[in-house]
Design a binder for this molecule. Structure first.
Ligand SMILES: Nc1nc2c(c(=O)[nH]1)N[C@H]1C(S)=C(S)[C@@H](COP(=O)(O)O)O[C@H]1N2
Ligand SMILES: [Mo]
Length: 301
């Protein structure tokens, strides 16, 4: 499906350099590559963003619709039919409708974004996504002035998703963002990894990526986007409100009730890989801290 790629930077434009350049150079290169000066700055001087291997990223997954084991999505998600694919966009928008995925792709500009990815379970990766800014899609459909939140919904296909027979979560998987979070330039819809169409186990054909939040906010295989004036329900919050809040911003100072979030295990480093400190807002503090000014991040976890 090479025709899908418009204005694509492949990982080869950035990745080999990342291994050699220091942090500042990588960030400068990244900013140039994605056209976003200053985005992606890390708090740690030596923290070069070297992406994980394609294998790490596509064989170690959370996608409970296909099973709760880390290798279940890779084994089972081939059953998901991703073409044709339609995304319903409704609620407080000027142009509600059922949008064909191909039409969305033709309208959007695809870029590469190399982001840290931090699961609430305290493992992490660096992933070279391809995708478009969610703000561009929302602008295309016209957000009305009463909208304050964006709700997202994953496909629910019992015939294709063996995991939804089990009541682990209240299916379909749903997520949500405040409108300003959704419009932030770091927030993307990912449609590719390493320059290839995103694999089913990673959320084909289109999934959210919000790099400063725990991974479960980054909802996969989206079929519906609704602009609303109320905070929408979210799957993990419904399952356990005491452990998973609406915001779920990465924060090394706010522990999960059952484990510390101060450090993380980089996936792919081998059995003896050293844990590393988790960064405030997953390393995107400079870009996003202002969204939460005056908020108690312990209460709004
Ligand atoms: N629909 C859906 N989206 C989901 C999940 C899921 O189970 N179902 N898991 C979430 C969690 S917990 C994580 S950590 C990320 C994992 O994304 P990855 O497999 O691409 O690394 O997807 C998130 N999105
Ligand atoms: Mo996660």
């Amino acid at each position: 499906m090479a025709h899908r790629w418009k204005n694509t930077l492949t990982h080869r434009d950035v990745t080999p350099k990342a291994a050699f350049m220091n942090r500042r150079q990588v960030m400068a290169g990244l900013a140039a590559g994605v056209g976003l000066a200053g985005v992606g700055g890390a708090a740690h001087a030596q923290d070069a963003l070297v992406p994980n291997s394609y294998e790490d990223i596509t064989q170690y997954n959370n996608y409970y619709e296909f099973g709760t084991g880390k290798d279940d999505p890779a084994a089972n998600a081939h059953r998901l039919t991703t073409a044709p694919w339609t995304v319903k966009i409704d609620g407080l928008v000027d142009a509600p409708g059922d949008y064909a995925f191909g039409d969305i792709m033709n309208a959007m500009t695809i870029e590469e974004r190399i982001y840290r990815f931090r699961c609430v379970e305290a493992w992490s990766m660096v992933i070279p996504w391809n995708g478009f800014e969610l703000a561009d899609l929302l602008q295309m459909v016209g957000v009305q002035s009463g909208a304050k939140y964006v709700a997202f919904e994953t496909a629910l296909r019992p015939d294709e998703m063996p995991g939804v027979r089990y009541p682990v979560l209240d299916w379909p998987y749903v997520e949500g963002l405040r409108l300003d979070e959704a419009m932030h330039p770091l927030t993307i819809m990912a449609t590719g990894i390493y320059g290839k169409d995103i694999p089913n186990q990673n959320g084909a054909p289109m999934r959210l990526v919000v790099p400063w939040k725990y991974g479960f906010k980054s909802i996969k295989s989206i079929v519906r986007i609704t602009l609303t004036d109320r905070e929408p329900p979210t799957s993990w919050n419904k399952a356990n409100a005491g452990e998973y809040g609406f915001y779920s911003n990465v924060n090394p100072e706010v522990s999960h009730p059952r484990w510390s979030q101060a450090t993380e295990r980089p996936v792919g480093g081998g059995l003896f890989a050293k844990r590393k400190p988790t960064l405030m807002f997953n390393g995107y503090e400079q870009e996003v801290a202002s969204l939460y000014e005056g908020m108690d991040l312990k209460a709004n976890f």
